[in-house]
Ligand binder design. Structure first.
Ligand SMILES: Cc1cc2nc3c(=O)[nH]c(=O)nc-3n(C[C@H](O)[C@H](O)[C@H](O)COP(=O)(O)OP(=O)(O)OC[C@H]3O[C@@H](n4cnc5c(N)ncnc54)[C@H](O)[C@@H]3O)c2cc1C
Length: 395
């Protein structure tokens, strides 16, 4: 297996790096390093403007086919793009859910009319999306969603509650998994609706997380409406479409994040030197382990990429989420142990956290969202290893 990028890909890397160096400057220079985990609400207006700059230069939705308004990059090129973006300290992408979750879903399952309506505003960063799956009693057990939608003439009317909805408070649209076929078994009872957030029947209540920021919210639908044709797939096909979205969420969109992780590991190493603990033999070993884990992640990404021309991810991708989430959570713990008592101290009101404190607190959630570690292990057992299916309630 060749673990290097081709000469053409390296030339592409230089093109990306040059564009970022030239454009993440001037008015956009303060955005470097902002808007990441635990810092999601930072400089929202400025980041929206930045998204416009990215889109105007054709660097939005780089993995989408050109016919859908994307740049049509291969998987290795996408990885290079996200690596260079992280290396340059590019700000957190507020259009992430539209670009990586809803967009690919509409491309795979949507009608031509839906593609024409919903894809261009994502590419232009004009419409921000959020993901309305989880409910108080439907997280891992997603098929248990209770939010209902009924057809009323040419509109769906939606009633229910979602929770942990990332970015809901600054989103224009939400893709909502809801129950439309009450008589059908749970997996055939669901539909995947595209619902505008800015309407009287939608109330968003941000939840303050332990990072101090409100990355997610509760969302209440009380007679919210959306057009009858804003349904992806047919009524009752919502489970299939929702699983398609989850595959995108756990797949290619995470391939390039190792550079972000490398930046964080570099900060941990710098902190170890600053705090004089770099000679501690146990911490040294844990730092070395973190470095090794990151190399393994990178090599596995190459393995996942496989054939450079391949557009889809193989079954190797099933371990990706489990591995990176566990590694990242461990890095957060290491950061705190390196900092020692200083890790518990902030500079005083308004108690702004340091990057390493945010890393520790936010990375606790990595092994929960987009499928918990336990659920990922179930998936690996059933789909990759062919072990017997886990007994499901009521079966
Ligand atoms: C930061 C963050 C952002 C999020 N953003 C979104 C979002 O934008 N949109 C959205 O819809 N959701 C979002 N979520 C919700 C996330 O998808 C759920 O938290 C996750 O699916 C787990 O569901 P739960 O919290 O209800 O926990 P539960 O499903 O109640 O799980 C509790 C515990 O039981 C374990 N467990 C459950 N079932 C099994 C099983 N069958 N086998 C073994 N163990 C099991 C779990 O692994 C977990 O440890 C987000 C969550 C976080 C933390």
């Amino acid at each position: 297996m060749d673990l290097r990028f081709s000469d053409a890909d390296e030339a592409f890397r230089r093109e990306v790096a040059a564009w970022l160096a030239e454009n993440l400057a001037g008015e956009f220079a303060p955005l470097r390093g902002r808007g990441g985990p635990g810092d999601e609400s930072a400089l929202l207006d400025e980041r929206r403007q930045w998204e416009g700059r990215v889109a105007a230069a054709g660097w939005a939705c780089v993995g989408w086919p050109t016919a859908c308004g994307g740049r049509g990059l291969t998987l290795p090129q996408q990885m290079i793009f996200y690596e260079e973006y992280a290396r340059a300290g590019g700000p957190g992408r507020i259009g992430h859910i539209g670009e990586h979750l809803l967009g690919p879903t509409v491309i795979a399952f949507g009608t031509p009319a839906q593609k024409a309506r919903f894809l261009p505003p994502i590419v232009r960063a004009e419409e921000i999306w959020c993901q309305g799956y989880s409910e108080p009693n439907a997280g891992s057990d997603l098929a248990n969603v209770q939010t209902k939608a009924v057809l009323d003439g040419d509109h769906w009317v939606i009633t229910g509650q979602k929770i942990w909805t990332s970015g809901a408070q600054w989103s224009d649209w939400c893709f909502v998994l809801c129950r439309t076929e009450p008589a059908a078994p749970s997996h055939q009872a669901l539909s995947y609706l595209l619902v505008p957030m800015r309407q009287p029947g939608v109330e968003v209540r941000p939840i303050v997380q332990m990072t101090g920021d409100s990355e997610f919210s509760e969302v209440f639908f009380d007679g919210a409406r959306t057009a009858a044709d804003h349904i992806v797939g047919k009524p009752g096909e919502g489970w299939k479409v929702a699983m398609g979205t989850l595959a995108f969420e756990r797949g290619a969109s995470t391939l390039g994040q190792q550079l972000n992780f490398q930046n964080e590991l570099d900060q941990v190493v710098a902190a170890a030197k600053q705090h004089g603990v770099n000679a501690d033999p146990v911490l040294r070993q844990r730092i070395a382990d973190a470095w090794i884990g990151l190399r393994i992640m990178r090599f596995n990404a190459f393995r996942t990429l496989g054939d450079p021309d391949r557009a889809e991810l193989g079954r190797e991708a099933l371990i990706t989420k489990l591995y990176w989430a566990t590694w990242h959570r461990t890095l957060g713990k290491l950061a705190m142990d390196v900092l020692g008592p200083a890790g518990e101290i902030t500079a005083g009101a308004p108690y702004e956290l340091t990057a390493l404190q945010r890393l520790f607190l936010f990375s606790r959630s990595d092994t929960i969202y987009a499928g918990t570690n336990q659920i990922q292990r179930n998936i690996i057992a059933e789909r990759a290893l062919g072990l017997p299916r886990e007994p499901r309630p009521g079966k």
